[in-house]
Design a protein around this ligand. Structure first.
Ligand SMILES: [Zn+2]
Length: 392
């Protein structure tokens, strides 16, 4: 039994307490009035329970203002633990530590070589995490959990990368089990696009709808699916792997072994290759920056990729019927050069009445979408009663 649910409280009181803790965890910090709205409890009940939770040390309150009026912001107490979100990309990685109220305590990134290997990257993550915990005067024992985002589908049964070839030097080890053994806390490994989809569905552009799609247009191409307000992974974790839909049966061979996948037309290699004759050895990020600043060749390649991606996403929308489509990843940084042809292709290729209600929008979290989702995933996977029980 946890401290806040033990003693002489009634079952109703316990249920109301759990509702309030869940709402604070879900939204990262709410005023008492917002908590009353989110839980459908009276402000008097919320106030009494928050006072009790505050005395037990599970939540903290601090003054804030809403619409010019003074209010008390309720967050989960910092001493309840630290959450680590790790994003592994094709060419970089980032580690962010937050408290359980999702306030950022530390955030660091470092470049990674192309075709990086699981063992050396996991060594770097472990060292960086321990260093960052030291910076905020915390220990590995303070970690509630670590969520590692990878640019590939993960089989939830085996914990391995679902498709062979797409992260060639990562596919023989269950990453979560390896990191869990090193750090001694729960570790979750999840596809980056799924985590970004979770972030949007919980706190972002799709928070008011049950069904949404997040399109991750980065070095690789993928989507995260939320159906009925839950992340949908499908059999073997491969739902939303739009990058490996065949678009051109005569196209070039993809990392997954198929021919003509969407990713061979809109991924980083497809974006940079046609520009080498004009610009030499340009990087993916160079092309996006040049497209945004009006270079005609770079803009052409990015807008053609946006049209191809929009056409495929229109098909996905026909199948799943999401209300909201959000896009993130490096390609979105090209701005209207990407977004306008993407939205136009999505509209043009969806049959009447089958397009999402709203035009696609860029992610609410910019470059942080995946990390925000990773933090939310740990908080939603943690039993609230465990937060203080292990530490009191
Ligand atoms: Zn493929």
């Amino acid at each position: 039994m946890s401290r806040w649910s033990s003693g002489s409280q009634s079952g109703l009181r316990e249920a109301n307490t759990a509702k309030i803790v869940d709402a604070v965890k879900r939204f990262g910090g709410l005023t008492q009035v917002e908590l009353a709205e989110a839980t459908s409890l009276s402000t008097a009940t919320v106030s009494a329970i928050v006072k009790e939770l505050s005395l037990s040390g599970l939540v903290e309150t601090r003054p804030t203002s809403r619409s010019g009026r003074r209010a008390q912001l309720v967050t989960i107490a910092r001493r309840a633990g630290v959450v680590a979100a790790v994003q592994i990309g094709s060419r970089s990685m980032r580690v962010r530590l937050t408290d359980v109220g999702q306030d950022v305590l530390a955030d660091r990134g470092m470049p990674l070589p192309a075709d990086h290997a699981e063992d050396t990257v996991l060594d770097r993550i472990t060292l960086l995490l321990i260093d960052m915990l030291g910076m905020i005067a915390a220990d590995p024992e303070d970690l509630i959990g670590v969520c590692i985002a990878v640019p590939a589908a993960v089989d939830p049964e085996s914990g391995l990368i679902a498709y062979r070839g797409v992260m060639r030097r990562w596919e023989d080890q269950p990453v979560a089990a390896v990191v869990q053994q090193r750090l001694g806390c729960p570790v979750i490994v999840e596809k980056d696009a799924s985590l970004a989809a979770l972030a949007e569905a919980t706190l972002g552009t799709a928070r008011d709808v049950a069904d949404s799609l997040f399109v991750h247009a980065s070095y690789t191409t993928s989507a995260g699916i939320v159906l009925g307000s839950r992340l949908y992974r499908g059999h073997a974790g491969t739902a939303g792997e739009i990058g490996h839909l065949q678009v051109d049966p005569a196209g070039s061979v993809c990392t997954c072994g198929q021919r003509g996948c969407l990713e061979t037309l809109v991924g980083a290699e497809a974006i940079t290759a046609p520009l080498r004759t004009i610009h030499g050895q340009v990087t993916f990020k160079d092309v996006i920056a040049r497209a945004a600043s009006g270079d005609p060749g770079c803009a052409r390649v990015v807008s053609d990729a946006a049209t191809t991606l929009g056409r495929v996403v229109a098909g996905v929308c026909q199948t799943l019927g999401p209300e909201v489509v959000t896009v993130g990843g490096e390609l979105v940084e090209a701005g209207p050069i990407f977004l306008l042809p993407f939205a136009s292709a999505l509209r043009d290729h969806a049959p009447q009445g089958r397009a999402p209600r709203r035009d696609p929008v860029p992610t609410s979290f910019g470059k942080d979408a995946v990390l925000v989702g990773a933090t939310i995933h740990i908080l939603q996977s943690t039993d609230p009663s465990q937060l203080l029980e292990d530490r009191s």
